[in-house]
Structure formats: C-alpha cells, structure tokens
Design a protein around this ligand. Structure first.
Ligand code: NAD
Length: 485
C-alpha cells in the first residue's frame, strides 16, 4: 500500500496542520492517496488575517519587484515539472502526458505571462491636459482576493487567478477543489523555497460549503474570483450580493462545434475528437454538441465514430493512453446517467458507454473509467443537448442552413465557446458575430493568447480574465484631477 500524503494549510508562509482531514482519491485506482485539511471558518479567518497583514508592504512594492518574486517561483516550478505532472495526473485522473504538456507548462506560463505583462499596463495611465488640469488614473490593488478553483485543471486554473491577483498588488487566500488539492499543496512548498514574502499567498484546503463559503463571504475579502459550476457560481453571487464585492464567475458550458460541408474534414475530425474527449471531456471548453451540415453528415459521423473508437482509455501514466479516469465516482455515475437519459430521450449511442468495454489493467479495476461516447438522433431540447455533462460524451446532429444552425447553436442557457469549421471566411466571420459565446474558434480549438479576454456569457460566466481584463478586475481605477495652473 502506497503512503498516504497528508496535506496542510499554508498560512503566513507556514505549513499549518489541520486536525480534521478529508479523503482524496486517486481516480485511476479508487484508492485514498491523500488526506486534505477539512478547514472551516477558523482556518479561513487566520489566512485572511495573514493576507491582510501582508497587504500594505506587498501593495506598495513596485510591480517590477513583485514580478521578480513571481518569476523565481515560475523557474522553481518549471524545474520540478515532472514531479508536478505526476502528482496532477494521479490526483485528477488525467493522462500523464497531458499534465506534462499542458497543465504544468501552462501554470508556469501563467506566472511568467502576468509577471511580464502587468507592469506594462499598471501605471500607463491616460494623461490628458485640458484647461490647466491634468487628469490621470491610478490602478490600485483591491485588497485580499478570495480565489476559488475547480478540480478539472487544478494548478492551471489556480495560477491563472493567482498570478494576476498578486501582480496587481493584492494578497490572496486561495481555496482549491477538495478533490484535487495536491499540486496546490506542493506549490506552497515552492513558495517557501522561493522565499516568497510570507502572507502574500495563503492556501486553505477544504470543502466548498465550509472553507469556500467562509472565504467568499468574509468581510475582509472585497474581491472573489471563482471558477466552477454554474450552480455554485449562482450561490456565490447570491450570498455575496449584499456585500458589493468585485466578482468574477467562470462557470459551465454546453459548447458547440459547427461543421460546414466545405471544411477541411481531416483537420476538423482530428480536432473535434480532441475537443470532445481531452481530459476525459472535463475541460469547460470541451465540445459536447456537434452540428454537421447535411451533405457531409453521414460521412462525418462514420469517420468521427471510427476515430473515437481508436482512442485508448487506460492507466493515466501509460504511454499511448489518450484518456485516463474521470475525477470521482459520483461524477462518473452522473456522466453515465446522462447516457441513459439520451437513450430515454430517443438518442442512439454509436460508441462508448454500454457498447465498448474499457480494457484496463487489474490495478485499475476500481478506477473511474469510461469509454468516449458518441450519441446521435437527439432533439435539441433533450437533456444531453441542453445540460452540461462535463464528461466524455458528445452529441452529433445534422443541420441544413447557416441561419438555422445559428439559432440552434444559441439555443442553450450557456455561452462559453464554440468552434466553426469552414473554408469560407465570410461564413466564419458571420458566425463569429452571431454566436452568443465568449470565444469563437475558427478551424481550431483551445489556442488563445493570454492577452485575450476569456470568459462566458449567459450562465457560463460574468466578467473576463486575460491581461487587460485581469488588470481591470484585480484593481480599482482611481481618477486624479490636479489643477496645475
Ligand atoms: P464546483 O462548483 O462544484 O466547485 C468549484 C469550487 O467551488 C471548488 O473549490 C468547491 O469546493 C468550491 N465551492 C463549492 N461550494 C462552494 C460554496 N458554497 N462557496 C464557495 N466555494 C464553493 O465545480 P467543480 O465540480 O469543481 O468543477 C466543474 C465545473 O467547473 C464545471 O461546471 C465546469 O464547466 C466548470 N469550469 C468552468 C471553467 C471556466 O473557465 N468557465 C473552467 C473550468 C471548470
């Protein structure tokens, strides 16, 4: 039996043990592999107090000095890339190659990007001279930022919040998902090794309704950045509304791909199998509805199913495995339930759940695996076409005209992203204008410069993050008008 890792909170630069602990499972074996602090108000209060104490010094430091500290953390994290990738894969269930090539490199990039970008934006105020009065704006940090992140891209999303928050001069208290806390815990050790100023970054582990809620409603936390489900985002918006906090909510999606018959089919198939099933379909941007133009529909469906059947599911650390395990047993059960709903709603399962068996090693027999599943024949109003499943399930349906597909694509309560596949840039341009989402990809997916605004519309989100947007969110603008003559 492997040793179980016991995590501690990180408060005021010190690792602080917690008496109450939660079990955290390795999704590929179903075994407990870590114990996570079950923190509550007491621990959150201590972390917020530490962040508050650290604020005056950190916020008055120059942006360049802050960047120096963060770049040191980035270098140290990069030097431990493999160790972090192994931990992320074991904690989350994702294939090791994915943690190695996406999650951890992106966490390093988040730190470096904001360390380099924010100083160029922070103090470049607009200076206008009119009637002898100089007007300019100051961008000032907000205070203690509360950061709440989900389990699908643990360190990737934590650092996407953390880096701009501290670069703007805020101090933070972060609460990672109770299901994937290990890389955040290891990150605390990197902060210690980098001599990162104590109290600027505090990490408290625990459950959403206890640790998470204590953080978001804390009176000394004026700003909350949340990524997670729409239900939790709605709850956070409700409980924080009377407190007038700055709030950024990145939430669920029901993302469509629109495939026109003039597209480069091979490139489209290659990307859509990735966009539907990477990270076991557990990326908020994953495709879960594919609309294919009628002349191409049958050919697309045959080739897509054939390609999906070839995707290997198995032990996340094994070479050649495309999909690892889903993050938790209840989540696997939820995703499987949606496949049953699809059949009840008149759909046909073409491959995956209920059809193809997962061939996995004996040591993984209690892991949370399922095959990538393709469903067709569903009505646009059916549960699988409307609700977020957040797993390896995608639905393929035909369409005829551009006008029709715009209306059908927009017919959900979500609006995170979409991809459009066509060789006609006029069509691509019109689609980009008409789709009600935060990001439209044309003939590609998941490529985005970190300077670009990221976020969703409708139930997918409130606010944007990305260089300029993060700067605006993590600071308050102050206008200064000075009479000089
Ligand atoms: P979740 O909402 O269950 O949990 C997210 C985080 O919120 C966790 O840390 C959790 O402990 C915390 N939390 C739960 N209840 C809370 C409360 N009452 N107060 C404060 N914090 C609370 O989401 P999840 O299951 O961890 O993540 C999956 C969801 O995240 C999916 O819906 C996915 O689409 C979404 N997501 C969105 C984006 C995006 O950028 N839009 C990115 C990744 C994931």
């Amino acid at each position: 039996m492997d040793e179980v890792l016991v995590l501690e909170n990180f408060i005021a630069g010190t690792m602080v043990p917690c008496k109450r602990l939660l079990d955290s499972y390795d999704p590929s074996t179903g075994r407990v592999w870590a114990k996570v602090p079950d923190s509550g108000k007491l621990e959150v209060d201590a972390a917020v107090a530490a962040a508050k104490r650290a604020f005056p010094k950190w916020s008055s430091m120059s942006a360049q000095a802050r960047a120096k500290h963060i770049l040191k953390v980035a270098d140290l994290l990069e030097s431990q890339l493999e160790e972090f990738a192994v931990a992320e894969s074991q904690d989350q269930g994702k294939p090791l190659w994915l943690a190695r090539t996406m999650d951890i490199p992106r966490a390093v990039l988040n730190l470096r990007h904001f360390a380099h970008a924010i100083p160029h934006h922070l103090n470049t105020s607009n200076v206008q001279t009119e009637a002898g009065v100089v007007n300019y704006t100051l961008r000032e940090p907000v205070g203690v930022a509360g950061l709440v992140s989900p389990w699908n891209l643990p360190l990737y999303l934590l650092t996407f919040k953390l880096a701009p928050a501290v670069m703007c001069g805020n101090t933070v208290v972060a609460k990672p998902s109770e299901m994937t806390s290990v890389t955040a815990y290891k990150f605390c050790k990197v902060l210690q090794d980098a001599d990162f100023p104590a109290g600027v970054i505090n990490i408290v582990f625990g459950l959403g309704p206890s640790a998470g809620e204590a953080l978001v409603v804390h009176p000394d936390v004026p700003l909350v950045s949340f990524t997670g489900s729409t239900a939790t985002g709605k709850h956070i918006a409700e409980v924080t509304a009377p407190m007038f906090k700055k709030l950024s909510l990145e939430m669920g999606g029901k993302n469509a791909a629109v495939v026109f018959s003039d597209c480069d089919l091979e490139a489209c198939l290659n990307t859509l199998k990735r966009s539907s099933f990477i990270n076991q379909g557990q990326v908020c941007l994953c495709t879960s509805r594919i609309f294919v133009q009628q002349p191409l529909y049958e050919e697309f469906l045959d080739k897509f199913v054939e390609a999906v059947k070839e995707l290997r599911v198995g032990n996340p650390s094994e070479e050649g495995v495309f999909m690892g395990a889903l993050n938790s047993k209840p989540h696997l059960e939820k995703v499987r339930r949606y496949v049953r709903y699809a059949v009840e709603d008149g759909g046909t399962v073409l491959c995956g759940e209920g059809i193809d068996m997962c061939i996995i090693p004996e040591e993984n027999k209690n892991g949370y695996f399922m095959r990538p599943t393709v469903i067709t024949g569903l009505d646009d109003k059916s549960r699988c076409m409307q609700e977020e499943i957040f797993g390896p399930v995608t639905c393929v349906v035909p369409f005829n005209s551009e006008g029709e597909v715009v209306q059908r694509t927009n017919d959900t309560s979500y609006g995170l992203c979409a991809s459009v596949w066509t060789s006609n840039l006029g069509v691509a341009h019109r689609m980009a204008h008409k789709l009600k989402v935060g990001t439209v990809w044309t003939n590609c997916w998941l490529v985005r410069d970190l300077d670009m605004p990221f976020g969703g519309v409708k139930k997918s989100g409130m606010g944007r993050e990305g260089t300029q947007d993060s700067l605006e969110f993590y600071t308050e603008a102050k206008t200064v008008c000075t009479k000089i003559s």
